[in-house]
Ligand binder design. Sequence first.
Ligand code: BES
Ligand code: ZN
Ligand code: ZN
Length: 487
Amino acid sequence: MRNPLPPVPGKLLELEVSDDLRRGTPLATLIAAPSEEDGDAGLAEIGGVRPTGKAGDVQTVPAGRVRWLAGVGDGEPKQYRKAGAALVRAVSSALEEDVKAGQKAFRAFAVELPEDAGAEHVEELAFGLLLGGYRFTVTAEEPKPSLRTVRLITRHKDATDALDRVRELAAAAAFARDLANTPSNVKTPAWLADTAARVAGGIPNLTVTARDEKWLAEQGFGGVLAVGGGSAAPPRLIELEYRPRGATTHLLLVGKGITFDTGGLSIKPADGMHLMRTDMAGGAVIIAAVRAIAALRLPVKVTGLVPAAENHVSGSSYRPGDIVRHYGGKTTEVGNTDAEGRMVLADALVYGIKKHKPDAVIDAATLTGAMKVSLGVRTGGVFATEDALAERVTKAGERVGEAWWRMPLLEDLAETVQGSLGDVRQAPGGPGGIVAALFLREFVGDVPWAHLDIAGPARADKSYADVVPGATGFAARTLVELVASYA
Ligand code: BES
Ligand code: ZN
Ligand code: ZN
């Protein structure tokens, strides 16, 4: 049988820096929007086309040396990301048209940068080019010729170094997208574990261990087993260990790995349930970030933990009203089986903290629909027990173009997660994102901890910046940059 899926991870475009133009390579040029000095007539024509310069506009020039004009608006670095994304999409469809018209497919194109473009502009453009054309499709069609290489024409001397970092960051985002976009009929917890192990293979100082349901039962991972108990595909705990020589700081990254979330017996409405195949997006960004951190050889010890389970409906599903004993012994009164993410994270947090004694813990999870109401779908929520850690996350996000907003761990709500039959109450009502975070806090003790609720930005239904519809890989780049900040 043919493999029904594209390879995971998929291949990124090759990105090269060059200061000379090769003849015959189709060329794009970047154009800033007209300034006041340009007057009402706007910009001068190029090959009979008057450029708009608007960021995200790509105009085709029918004849001449330059084939595309890509607007960069006011020339701020952010606009370069938008321009790169729009350009790579326009060039890809031009390639498709050429092939349809029976012409030879070009596999490379070049982009000429303005003289004044700095390292930050190069990085932003590269993110746009590498991720803006991202696609994940499963089809019967034979793969068509596609773009292979982009050449950046710039004399900027730091461009090559900047690109080495950007390439890994973009690869992390794309890999996280691949994992989250993979349909759940393929993506069992075991598949996720095998894929993590395969992709980590050959990277120095990185090892991946997958624990099965038998080991989880012996060790008392009651949350993972309760949630995974309703599925024919048993749960796994994926542990990624990156141990560079000489590193002193040790960070623990934990990601929600729900490979599909039906809601369990507290079943979700049919509308939109299919979107829950990306409910392991938090786990995906942890796997992708740890891989990138190791590939970049960052001098920080990192452990990634992904409790992976499918939240399904069957005779062996866990029930509302159950009392579940987590790893380490604490018990939770289940109120709603659809609040499964916190059940699996609780086990993993206690286990990871006890085993590794990390200097800080960060978890990432598509935890609550409430976060979409609070912050919309382009901003992640950060809950943190320490101001400095919250700021580190937000700043790391700023450096890679991911937006974060700090959310409060409101003390007056802390008592709502206290149990009456068990130790803690899982779904007490009240502001959803906040009480979920307060629930998790019961399992972290004194170690500095940040919780990233990415339920909103983990997926997109529209293109923006370098994001395309589907899984976004949101947080992968922030996590790599965050770990780099401890180097
Ligand atoms: N996976 C969902 C949260 C979610 C919703 C992510 C929409 C992305 C988009 C999570 O497991 C869930 O269902 N949470 C419930 C919790 C409630 C039952 C306490 C929620 O947010 O409604
Ligand atoms: Zn749920
Ligand atoms: Zn969920």
